[in-house]
Design a protein around this ligand. Structure first.
Ligand code: PAF
Length: 273
């Protein structure tokens, strides 16, 4: 496995291959969710490239950029064991200069949900993903459905900017207790981890109602809020799988999204139904 820190070296590598490239962009602190993306990329491509870069432009002032978990040694080992060919680990000056051309998330879908509570977050995500795509030139790029709005906006960017890349969205992975895997789970104390289980429990509650034939958004929201009693809920929303508003649950075309704060840790989870 090759470790590349220089963008020109990566560009040289990807320019000189005619092989299919599967790309998994990450911010490191890799967990089973990332491993599932890497395994899929490994199965579907001749070359697999993983990037590890904690992207400053997607964090708002006061967010956890400076304390975001860093586990470079463990991450490299995980990539090696998962059969990755290249890990790209640039530093900030390699990826950003002064007075940059920027990219803006779309006005509607980029400004609801996380785009509303974290304005400019998706501008930063799209900017770094576009830069990485231009260096890696992947055939296929893999993203988890855990960050539902992110993957939908990346698909839109690829479509709007005519990028010749397939975006593959992959299932959200949970631990045995149901907690959605996230690098930010590392911030949770044992008590907070228990509290965080209310998030997946609220989604299970929603599933029960829907399976029982209740498609009423307000009723489902109320039931979820009951399960999330005493939790600081930022939002519970139900939208279509294109992030458009819906009047009631539409089977095979709905995402239920939740964002909460457990202690000082912001967690998101969702269900695609
Ligand atoms: O999902 C993430 O880890 C990040 O938002 C991404 C896509 C690697 C961009 O920094």
């Amino acid at each position: 496995m090759k470790i590349i820190t220089d963008k020109y070296e990566l560009q040289e590598f990807t320019k000189n291959t005619t092989k299919s490239i599967g790309f998994v962009p990450t911010m490191g602190a890799l967990h089973e969710g990332h491993i599932s993306l890497i395994k899929k990329a490994r199965a579907e491509n001749e070359i697999v490239i993983v990037s590890i870069f904690v992207n400053p432009t997607q964090f708002l002032a006061g967010e956890d950029f400076s304390k975001y978990p860093k586990r470079d040694i463990a991450d490299k080992k995980i990539c090696e064991l998962a059969g990755v060919d290249v890990v790209f680990m640039p530093d900030i000056s390699m990826m950003y200069g002064d007075d940059e051309v920027t990219i803006k998330a779309p006005n509607v879908r980029g400004f609801i949900l996380d785009g509303f509570t974290r304005p400019t977050h998706f501008d930063g995500v799209l900017q770094i993903v576009l830069k990485l795509f231009n260096l890696v030139r992947p055939t296929n790029a893999y993203f988890g459905r855990k960050d539902a709005q992110q993957v939908i906006l990346i698909k839109q960017m690829v479509e709007n900017l005519f990028l010749p890349i397939n975006i593959i969205d992959c299932p959200l992975i949970r631990d045995l207790n149901g907690l959605a895997l996230s690098s930010r789970n590392a911030y949770l104390s044992d008590d907070e981890k228990k509290e965080a289980l209310k998030i997946s429990a609220s989604l299970q509650n929603a599933t029960k109602l829907i399976v029982g034939g209740n498609f009423n958004i307000d009723a489902i929201k109320t039931a979820m809020l009951e399960t999330l009693k005493d939790v600081d809920v930022e939002y519970i929303e139900m939208v279509s799988q294109e992030l458009k508003s819906i009047k009631q649950i539409e089977l095979k075309n709905t995402i239920i999204l939740v964002a909460v704060k457990i202690g000082s840790t912001r967690l998101i989870d969702n269900l695609w139904i």
